[in-house]
Design a binder for this molecule. Structure first.
Ligand SMILES: CC(C)(COP(=O)(O)OP(=O)(O)OC[C@H]1O[C@@H](n2cnc3c(N)ncnc32)[C@H](O)[C@@H]1OP(=O)(O)O)[C@@H](O)C(=O)NCCC(=O)NCCS
Length: 150
């Protein structure tokens, strides 16, 4: 079997990442507080001279808190460690700039638990997630607030 050729690099094209996030079922722009985008990464599959966007991740800041503002991999490229490698880059950079805690609202808690994030109770999480204000939260949609100590 040929190894998948992909690269992960910094991008400033937030719009294309947001399109991928929305397509992947991530809510975008519902946060109660503005997100400052600190750094974004894209995963690109190189094939036949063409580069196809297959994943993306954003490190953001909401008030005093640092967040994984989104991470997604195109369905046909999942379970190939692309998500883990992007998160590694994000965490490595977060450490470099002195971030101590990374927060997120996990729609896929299994992936983040596997990585080392821990679920926290609603009341122990900062009020930086739009999900907390959503009618569906805890009913037909059960994302988990999670944190990683760096
Ligand atoms: C979550 C996501 C980014 C993971 O990307 P990925 O490239 O498939 O993940 P990896 O291949 O690096 O997986 C790493 C490990 O996590 C596990 N994992 C991946 N997705 C998982 C999920 N949804 N639930 C539970 N475990 C999962 C993998 O099985 C693998 O386990 P292993 O180390 O025991 O083999 C991807 O599934 C995705 O884009 N999902 C839709 C968008 C989304 O929910 N993003 C998160 C929003 S908070």
């Amino acid at each position: 079997m040929t190894q998948l050729q992909f690269r992960i690099e910094h991008t400033e094209d937030y719009n294309v990442l947001e399109e991928l996030f929305i397509k992947s079922g991530i809510e975008v722009g519902n946060e109660p507080i503005v997100t400052e985008k600190l750094k974004c990464w894209k995963a690109v599959h190189d094939h036949g001279g063409v580069g196809t966007l297959i994943g993306g991740a954003i490190l953001g800041k909401r008030g005093a808190y640092y967040v994984v503002d989104g991470i997604a991999v195109e369905p046909e490229y999942r379970k190939m460690k692309i998500g883990t490698i992007m998160l590694d880059k994000l965490v490595e950079y977060a450490k470099e700039i002195g971030i101590k805690k990374l927060w997120l609202m996990a729609k896929a808690p299994g992936f983040f638990k596997n990585y080392g994030f821990a679920t926290v109770k609603r009341e122990d999480a900062p009020n930086i997630f739009g999900c907390f204000n959503c009618d569906r939260y805890g009913k037909d949609c059960k994302p988990e607030p999670m944190v990683l100590d760096l």
